[in-house]
Structure formats: structure tokens, C-alpha cells
Design a protein around this ligand. Structure first.
Ligand SMILES: Cc1cc2nc3c(=O)[nH]c(=O)nc-3n(C[C@H](O)[C@H](O)[C@H](O)COP(=O)(O)O)c2cc1C
Length: 354
């Protein structure tokens, strides 16, 4: 059924459909009884899915990745579709338009998307005014980054502003230093540039009574040496986890025509082709940190089996974005059902053996 709806929706540009989807989800949330029906239909709750990661309680391990609810003004309605958490943003202190349109493209043959949105968002004040009125029990992550015009030397000020304003309204923070679609994308994530940002935020956090975990979102395109350094930095500084990973600039092994891919041009690729790299990163980070650092796996999850494979190999939580678009709203429930069934069977087998 969703395949049919998808083929109709895919007649429009991805960004048009995204905006339409957000408006529809928000509209449905305002109609009495509908949110209850959505929850009834899409939620899947089992104690075996519950977990506590970096001090935050999650009803299930499947979250919505950053970039879908960019403005933080639909998270509550989106959560009704069964997500264990929703990451809003990436937010910048002030509203910004992002790159010129069109800036989002489907690679249907690859079950992928290329985007160069450029962190379009309505800024932190807009997000706060919405969250204040609509907060529910679903944990909210807040992805923050620097504004387009802010020079790197002042980047920490933007992160500080976002952090301080959003502190009382969200459950954890993500430092998005790995967006491939902004000016100086490569140098944004250099250790030299991210260390002062991390130091500032950790210093600020001490002043608050309540603890808010801070995670770093890395690019899948990083070299081994950088990865080792960044893992060390996260461990030594006392950050609470890593999100592996953002979209990729890599275009290897795609099924879509080369002509079309080159016509699309620059941007971060998400979806199916990312999966192997995500798994590789998760395994590596787990190995390097001896399993002591929470990892959120993001990138290319298109089946419930892949979500569980990432959890089995070191991820504490998983996030989906492109997979939700290609597989439809029921995808979250499918993943959770599969994970719950498999974990329950495993428990049963262990108890039978004992
Ligand atoms: C259209 C689009 C916009 C995105 N915007 C953001 C963003 O603002 N901040 C961020 O950290 N990641 C952003 N991402 C990356 C996703 O959060 C995710 O890490 C990535 O798409 C890989 O997951 P997926 O293969 O499940 O889509 C965006 C992805 C897409 C497709």
C-alpha cells in the first residue's frame, strides 16, 4: 500500500513532499482523536525495548535523525509514529534560509537521497516557543551548529547560545560539526576547531543543576587517524557519546546513472548505500572505546535486521531518516517488533540453556 502512495508522492520534488508531510502530520495532530488513533496504529511498546542511555530513558531504541524536524515544531506529532526519540534541528541561533533550491534529490534506484539543504531552520527562539507548549514524554535530542555567516573563530559563541537557550527544553544535545553542505565543511570538524567548542559547553554545563548529555556527530568520510583522534577527544573531554554518522560525499557503487548523479551535483548522500560504513564505524568505535561510550548509529538503515545488527555490534540507539521515507510510516513499528521478537527469543534460549 505504501509503495503505491510513495510512487504518487515521489512525483513531486523531495522538499515539497517533506514540507507537505510536516504540515499534514501537524494538522492531523490538531484533530481530536486522530493522534490517539495514530499512536494505536503505529506504536509498539514492550519492556524489552526500553533502555536508559547516557541517563535518558527511552521507550524504544529507534529515533528520528536530525534534519527531518529541522525547526523543532513537529516533534510531538512525529513521535506518535512510534519513535523512541526525536532529534530536532540542526538549529542555529538565528533563522537562516540555507542553500538555493532545488537542494534535495532522490536516487530511487539506490534508495538514497542527496541533499545540500545548508542548515535551513527557523532558529532557536521558534523551536523554544513550540516546545514550551507541546512537550510530551518522548525524549528530544537537539542538534546544534553554527550559523552560516559566523566565522569559525566565533563558532563557539553560536554553540553556546543554542546550548544555553535550549538547555531547559531538550533531553540531550548533538554538536553537528559534520554537515557536508556548509562553507568550510572539512575544517569545521578539525580537532583544532571543535576542541574549544566542546570545552566551552562542558564548562557551561557545570553551572546547571540538571545534566544534559552532549554528543558529537561525525562524518562517515573521516580517515582512520582522525577517527582515532576524535574518539580520544570524546573520551578525554567527557562528552557523552558519538553519532555515527552524517551524510557522505562518497558516490561509489551507486546504481543511479552517472549522468543524473553529476547533474544533481554536490551534497550529502543518505540512505541504503551508507549502511556498510555505518556498521564499520559502530564496530570500530565500540572496539576502541571497549564498549564504554554510547553510540547512536545513523546511516542507511533500510531493514529491521540492519537496525538490530547495529545494536548487536555496539550501538545503544539507532536513528532513521531516509529509511522512513522509502519504507513508510510503519517502518518504526516494524523495526521495534522485530527487535522485541528477536530479543525475547534470545532471552528464552538463554534461560532454557541455564
Ligand atoms: C534532507 C536531509 C537533511 C538533513 N539535515 C540534517 C541536519 O540538519 N543535521 C544533521 O545532523 N543531520 C542532517 N541530516 C542527516 C541525517 O540526520 C542522517 O544522519 C543521515 O541522513 C543518515 O541517515 P539515513 O541514511 O537514515 O538518512 C539530513 C539528512 C537529510 C536526508
Amino acid at each position: 500500500m505504501y509503495k503505491l502512495i510513495r510512487s504518487i508522492l515521489f512525483l513531486w520534488q523531495p522538499e515539497q513532499i517533506h514540507d507537505f508531510a510536516i504540515s499534514t502530520i501537524k494538522l492531523l495532530d490538531k484533530i481530536p482523536v486522530i493522534p490517539n488513533l495514530i499512536r494505536l496504529f503505529y506504536n509498539y511498546r514492550k519492556p524489552v525495548l526500553e533502555r536508559e542511555v547516557f541517563g535518558v530513558k527511552f521507550s524504544n531504541p529507534v529515533g528520528l535523525a536530525a534534519g527531518f524536524d529541522k525547526n523543532g515544531d513537529a516533534f510531538n506529532a512525529i513521535a506518535n509514529f512510534g519513535f523512541g526519540f526525536v532529534e530536532i534541528g540542526s538549529l542555529t541561533p538565528r533563522e537562516q534560509e540555507g542553500n538555493p533550491k532545488p537542494r534535495c534529490f532522490r536516487l530511487t534506484k539506490d534508495q538514497a537521497i542527496i541533499n545540500r539543504m545548508g542548515i535551513n531552520n527557523k532558529g532557536i527562539k521558534h523551536a523554544i516557543s513550540y516546545i514550551q507548549k507541546h512537550r510530551n514524554s518522548c525524549p528530544i535530542g537537539c542538534s546544534i551548529t553554527k550559523g552560516r555567516e559566523t566565522p569559525m573563530a566565533d563558532a563557539y559563541k553560536d554553540y553556546e547560545l543554542c546550548f544555553e537557550y535550549m538547555y531547559d527544553f531538550v533531553d540531550y544535545f548533538v554538536l553537528n560539526v559534520s554537515c557536508p553542505n556548509v562553507k568550510d565543511a572539512a575544517s569545521n570538524q578539525s580537532l583544532e576547531n571543535i576542541t574549544p567548542i566542546i570545552d566551552k559547553l562542558l564548562e557551561l554545563r557545570i553551572m546547571y543543576d540538571e545534566y544534559r548529555p552532549i554528543l558529537l556527530k561525525i562524518s562517515p568520510d573521516v580517515e582512520r587517524e582522525y577517527l582515532d583522534d576524535v574518539i580520544n577527544l570524546v573520551l578525554i573531554s567527557g562528552l557523552d557519546g558519538i553519532i555515527a554518522a552524517n551524510t557522505t560525499a562518497n558516490r561509489d557503487n551507486l546504481k543511479s546513472s552517472k549522468v543524473y548523479i553529476s547533474k544533481v551535483g554536490k551534497g550529502g548522500l543518505s540512505g541504503k548505500p551508507l549502511y556498510n560504513r555505518t556498521l564499520e564505524l559502530v564496530k570500530y568505535i565500540r572496539h576502541k572505546t571497549r564498549g564504554h561510550l554510547p553510540i547512536i548509529a545513523s546511516g542507511g538503515i533500510m531493514t529491521p535486521q540492519q537496525a538490530l545488527e547495529l545494536l548487536d555490534n555496539g550501538a545503544s540507539l539507532v536513528q532513521i531518516y531516509t529509511g522512513w521515507i522509502y519504507n513508510g510510516p510503519k517502518f518504526v513499528k516494524k523495526i521495534n517488533k522485530y527487535i522485541a521478537k528477536t530479543l525475547t527469543e534470545r532471552k528464552l534460549q538463554t534461560s532454557q540453556k541455564a
